[in-house]
Design a protein around this ligand. Structure first.
Ligand SMILES: O=P(O)(O)O[C@@H]1[C@@H](OP(=O)(O)O)[C@H](OP(=O)(O)O)[C@H](O)[C@H](OP(=O)(O)O)[C@H]1OP(=O)(O)O
Ligand SMILES: Nc1ncnc2c1ncn2[C@@H]1O[C@H](COP(=O)(O)OP(=O)(O)OP(=O)(O)O)[C@@H](O)[C@H]1O
Length: 286
């Protein structure tokens, strides 16, 4: 496995690079390795343990295996891909998520992957903040962020409310069969409610606003913010529905500066109910 020639660059985000296995070892065929980018402060072993702590509640989390990597392995992949990789002791092996070829980007947080021949669909959703929006707030964090970026106003808070799901799905413009499958899944699954419960952090806007030092960042806020940054793949192929959650990365407390900056950018939008025709759905505490 430690032969860098057996791995080819697949994709990257802000914190990780993904390499696909192209060697002959059957243990790694159909797998990827996920490596931390050079500027990251949380290492793969800590991420692995963090993710595992959520497995009892989130059984859809992608399977992971922590494996030691040599510095020669990392340096060679870094040179070949041109991506600065963290000098880490471990990487994380995961199954390769195969996506249908045609991609339609609905918004920064929603994409649809379809295979019209086989009629397969994978929906990629970054649900972001699933929470009860505070009193006197018109726009939730998701709608405020989308508005700020001039993105489509697709609010995942709608998915917590059975009567708003059909309309949410209709706006995606899927074919009838896929619309029906997705509506059925979203109506019957408790995943978004589980995430809502797990993300819960009382007075989150105020807490972020008052942080002045990374030592003040509560562990529960780190967990909540990590859960607000996951990606979910929902795949429909034949009669099979498969759900996979990726990217549940432990946040370093130094990220509080970014969270605060985002709050400062969005603050004025939270109370502007004239911006959009539709008010955000207010999900009441249960
Ligand atoms: O602050 P946000 O809501 O913009 O979230 C950031 C994400 O932007 P998004 O809004 O999802 O497009 C951002 O996503 P992109 O790389 O922009 O797709 C990252 O996930 C970032 O986390 P990290 O730096 O990788 O630890 C995310 O930062 P965190 O807030 O999760 O720390
Ligand atoms: N198991 C996988 N199989 C196939 N592709 C994957 C897999 N895991 C991640 N990817 C792809 O690589 C991209 C980056 O991976 P990942 O989300 O883990 O990185 P990140 O740095 O945490 O991203 P972000 O900046 O959104 O936080 C994903 O958006 C996805 O397209």
């Amino acid at each position: 496995m430690d032969n860098p020639e057996d791995w080819t660059f697949l994709n990257k985000g802000k914190a990780n690079a993904i390499f696909k296995y192209i060697g002959n070892d059957m243990n790694y065929k159909g797998k990827v390795i996920r490596l931390r980018l050079a500027d990251q402060l949380v290492l793969s072993k800590e991420i692995f343990e963090f993710v595992n702590s959520f497995r009892p509640q989130l059984h859809q989390l992608i399977a992971m295996e922590l494996i030691p990597v040599s510095s020669r392995f990392l340096t060679t992949l870094e040179q070949e891909s041109g991506i600065a990789i963290k000098k880490d002791t471990h990487g994380i092996i995961m199954p390769l998520i195969g996506l249908p070829e045609q991609r339609k980007r609905v918004s920064k947080h929603i994409s649809l992957y379809t295979d019209p021949v086989q009629n397969h669909l994978t929906v990629e959703i970054k649900p972001k903040w699933l929470y009860s929006i505070p009193q006197h707030t018109s726009l939730c964090r998701n709608c405020a962020l989308n508005f700020y970026r001039d993105e489509e106003l697709f609010c995942t808070l709608d998915l917590l409310s059975p009567n708003l799901i059909t309309n949410w799905v209709d706006k995606l413009g899927l074919n009838e069969q896929h619309s029906e499958s997705l509506t059925q899944f979203l109506s019957n699954s408790d995943l978004f409610h589980i995430l809502y419960d797990l993300q819960h952090f009382e007075d989150i806007h105020e807490t972020i606003g008052t942080l002045t030092n990374e030592n003040e960042v509560p562990e529960e806020l780190i967990r909540s913010m990590a859960l607000k940054d996951i990606t979910i793949y929902i795949s429909f192929a034949n009669d099979d529905t498969k759900v996979t959650i990726i990217d549940l990365d432990k946040k370093h407390p130094s990220k509080y500066r970014h969270w605060k900056k985002q709050e400062e950018s969005l603050w004025n939008l939270y109370s502007q109910n004239s911006i959009v025709e539709k008010q955000c759905y207010r999900h009441l505490p249960r």
